[in-house]
Design a binder for this molecule. Structure first.
Ligand code: FAD
Ligand code: FES
Ligand code: ZN
Length: 248
């Protein structure tokens, strides 16, 4: 595909996802010379789909008569890997190499005025749970979260936005606490409910209030639940909460 996801020999055919290898015919293109091919992860496919939707809409509207003026696909940001399988949920991003007690690593660059690294780490191997947050000036430079899906989703969002973490890092661990689990209370409505599609609990609640009474209905209306399926229980929880009678 070229840099607009068009097949080399048939520019009316586009590709996204695992089969979309961007490698343009220009032998001088440094980006393509060093390209490593599709990552085999869901994220790039979603981002390509979003970009291609906008691109095709723009083409159809005739807003940019000269195709050369249309935007090129932005390069993939390095390094957020989210793995989900039965019984396994893991997110890794950025640089996690520094050790919490390695003063040399924590203070490297201090002479140039950079804030020191801070590392918050929590491990519960008995229950397959582990979180490491590496921050500089409160902003994540690296994260690892295993067995903590809601914490992982929140950390990935904070990492991608370059947003500052709460001073008390343990607040993030509470997202996977027992009071936040489906059926045991209401999760933070503004928080991400479907981590594959990036859909908030509030958006799902709105769809349910609008009449969606099954997971399939909610997926059709919001895209939540269309990836790994790991959020189906949470969606069911919101549907049951809405449709259960106020008084038993
Ligand atoms: C076991 C497993 C675990 C994974 N875990 C993760 C993970 O934790 N995190 C992550 O980010 N990624 C994971 N991945 C990778 C992720 O699933 C893929 O990167 C992603 O699904 C690719 O999306 P896609 O749309 O390119 O292809 P697909 O999702 O494979 O979609 C291709 C579609 O085309 C259809 N199709 C095929 N041939 C034809 C045909 N001839 N005519 C019509 N339709 C056809 C298929 O039925 C399918 O629905 C995992 C993959 C596997 C196999
Ligand atoms: S979290 Fe994967 S489909 Fe919602
Ligand atoms: Zn190229």
């Amino acid at each position: 595909m070229d840099h607009r996801l068009r097949a080399h020999h048939e520019p009316h055919i586009f590709a996204i996802g695992d089969c979309a290898e961007v490698r343009c015919p220009d032998p001088g293109c440094a980006v393509c010379r060093n390209a490593q091919g599709p990552s085999g992860l869901v994220g790039p496919g979603w981002r390509q789909a979003e970009w291609l939707g906008g691109y095709l809409t723009l083409l159809a509207s005739g807003a940019a008569a000269d195709a050369g003026l249309l935007p090129a696909l932005p390069p993939e940001q390095p390094g957020v890997v989210v793995l989900k399988a039965r019984g396994l949920n893991m997110a890794v991003a950025g640089d996690n190499s520094a050790d919490p007690w390695d003063e040399d690593a924590l203070t490297a660059g201090a002479a140039t005025g950079r804030p020191r690294l801070q590392i918050a780490q929590w491990a519960d191997p008995e229950h397959g749970r582990y979180v490491k947050m590496t921050t500089r000036g409160g902003v994540l430079e690296g994260l690892v979260a295993v067995g903590m899906p809601r914490t992982a989703a929140e950390l990935v969002g904070l990492f991608e936005r370059g947003a500052e973490l709460p001073a008390d890092r343990s607040l993030l661990l509470r997202l996977d606490g027992p009071d936040q689990l489906p059926g045991a209370g209401s999760p933070d409505p503004a928080g991400t409910l479907c981590r594959c599609a990036g859909i908030s609990g509030a958006a799902v609640s709105d769809a349910v209030a609008g009449g969606c009474s099954t997971v399939a209905d909610v997926s059709k209306a919001t895209r939540a639940g269309t990836g790994c399926g790991g959020c189906h229980e949470d969606i069911k929880g919101l549907i049951e909460q809405h449709f259960s009678p106020a008084f038993p």
